[in-house]
Write a protein that binds this ligand. Sequence first.
Ligand SMILES: [Zn+2]
Length: 325
Amino acid sequence: MVQWYNGIAQLTIPTPFVVGDVHVYVIKEEKLTLVDTGPKTKEAWLSLEGQLKELGIAPEDIKQIVLTHHHPDHAGLIDRFDQAVVLGAAETNRFLVREDAFMEMHDTFYETSFKEIGVPEAYFVLIEKMREPLQALGQRGLDKTVAPHDFVPGAREWKVIETPGHAQGHISLFRERDGLLIGGDMLLAKVSSNPLIEPPFSPQEERPIPQLQYNESLKKLLDLPISSVLPGHGPVVENAHTLIHQRLKKQHERACYVKQLLIEKEATAFELCVALFPSVYRKQLGLTLSETMAQIDYLLSIGEIEQVDLIGDAVVYRALANTKE
Ligand SMILES: [Zn+2]
């Protein structure tokens, strides 16, 4: 169903993923622009095509697509728009193109990470499975990259805001004149965005720390006079700044709980993950490990815990005495 927000059309597309429907947006400026596409499924395509038709738009009328990030619920249908120029952040391209060298690094990276996290060998088969969401993407890469503070070519009211954390190449689009932000998965009303562990840009680099990036991105949004956020999922966010403060506070509280667990007993990230998500960690290992590492990374960054030891390749963490008391 098409909804309008200050001249921007919001289209809602079904996905086969747990997250449910995804929103994509049509901007009618100098160039007819689609922000995100929905997943690569027949249902999604029929739904997108139908809603574009309601707007009097044929798929071939779309001149450009801006991707907020590379995840399959957002970027799956780019193949359907041959004539459109695909734009996104440079970091997004490697996931879209999936060159052999990148996929090799991808697997090696998760193998090393699993070992450091202390994941039992029996779960290593899941690394292969991590490729699956990437296979649900299209077969083409970006045609053009956009950099922070750029205005979207052909939709020049919209400024690119770099908002990494949920995905490395995550961007949002901001329109100064009315404070509208097209936010991708940066800020969702009903759920907190998961800061996902992703490989570094090159094998020599350290892995990015998504929770810290995400918090920085949230703080960046506090500096913008946002009226509403048009999100990738769920209802429009009307009170962005209040929600951002809540999200930051909640995340700090979650981290404090993890520190409590470490005060009781030193542990590996995997042991913490099992303690935090006893009923879902098996089914959703990637997500729950990312969520656990997020709290560990945050606690390390504020000096509340430290790495003590290795058991095999697995890192063991310990809570530090609270110096402020
Ligand atoms: Zn999403």
